[in-house]
Design a protein around this ligand. Sequence first.
Ligand code: HAM
Length: 437
Amino acid sequence: MITVIKGMRDLLPPESGWFAQLESEARAIFAQYGFAEIRTPILERTELFTRSVGEETDIVGKEMYSFADRDQTSLTLRPEATAAVVRAYVEHRLWDQPGLARLYYSGPMFRRERPQKGRYRQFFQIGAEVLGGDAPQIDYELLEMLARLLDRIGLAGWTLKLNSVGCAQDRERYQQALRAALEPVKGGMCADCQRRAETNPLRVLDCKHPEDQPIIATLPALQDYLDDGCRNHFEQLQKLLQAGKIEYQNEPRLVRGLDYYSRTAFEFQHRALGAQNALLGGGRYDQLAERLGAPKGTGAGIGFAIGLDRLVSVWRELTAPAPAQTDTGATTDAETRTGIYLAPLGEPALIPALELARQLRQTGAGKKRTDAMIAVVVGDAALAAKKHLQLASRAHYRWVVLLGEREIASRELTVKDLASGNQSAHVWEQVALHLGL
Ligand code: HAM
């Protein structure tokens, strides 16, 4: 047997349905805030990520799926999409268009991390980027949109952690202070931290080793090194969040694991996720587009990416309907049964069954919401009634419509409700009504 690659997975129904539903909720809210979709390739030149995400990050240092193409160009399966969206913004001169570019995307990302619950080597993100401006109100509206999305899907219990990582000069001064503070203590830290204390001390703050956390807690905080512009920006954003009644926690040690960030950095976390507690993360990256070729003053940006795998897992946990209890304490599946199973009894019943299926689907399609459409399937005409009922029940259909020779001749069909066990007869034209279509 050939199995799926370690850390990757097949998304089967019903889980795939939860993904689709979340995506459609997100698209609806994003559209309200003026976002339109961008689709970029899954493969990019490796240097796009080394230059934007940063050589010293975990992602570039050890997690990318990179390979030499036949012409020896080094290509990489995208580990994230911000770099690609910014590349497209520069390449298609979107900075030359009026107003802000508001773009969202959805798709698979690839990182060769150590797999565990909530951490995969292929995972799905739905994210958005706003390019062409750096006013704090842009940051505010992005955070408001995320809070609204999480509230709308009924996901209680999230926490917004917020920080400012300042501008390049602030971080330069901070790195010096960090280097000095790390000098006497780094010997007691993990090998990665010891190396990063030299090469990129900011990345020491990303370290997840529990033994290193007490040392990290004593290190200086970046917020104390912000210049006036960055401090004002951060204060203004917090004022807007307070006015908009969006709760947040100021988290001075949140630096995020990618090098392109400047000023605002944030994560929405959820306690139900355990160790991998970030539902989504994002922040500002005001220099990235310029570094990739945008003219000066056109490239400020901010964005986020939601980890869809994690959001689905919390959402399912918090919102899955509990099985209903009967008087005897046994569970019923009335809540989970859905769809219509047509049971043609013998070859002559097949064409009438296919016709009824067509009619029921058409009536169902008259409903406005595509996600509320009800499945209509036709069973194998060679099966006996009892077998049809067994199959329909095991596959969790709600209704079975029996079409035997007698029923077709009289145009009175037998409809069985598998949730209640009730059975009733209806003239052909009334069946759709009885099934709630
Ligand atoms: P990130 O923090 O690397 O940011 O990823 C965002 C989210 O993707 C995480 O919060 C998490 O939910 C999910 N995620 C990351 N790695 C995995 C994994 N191995 N398995 C499952 N889920 C995962 C970015 O990717 C930035 N591009 C976000 C951004 C957009 N910043 C600005 N614009």
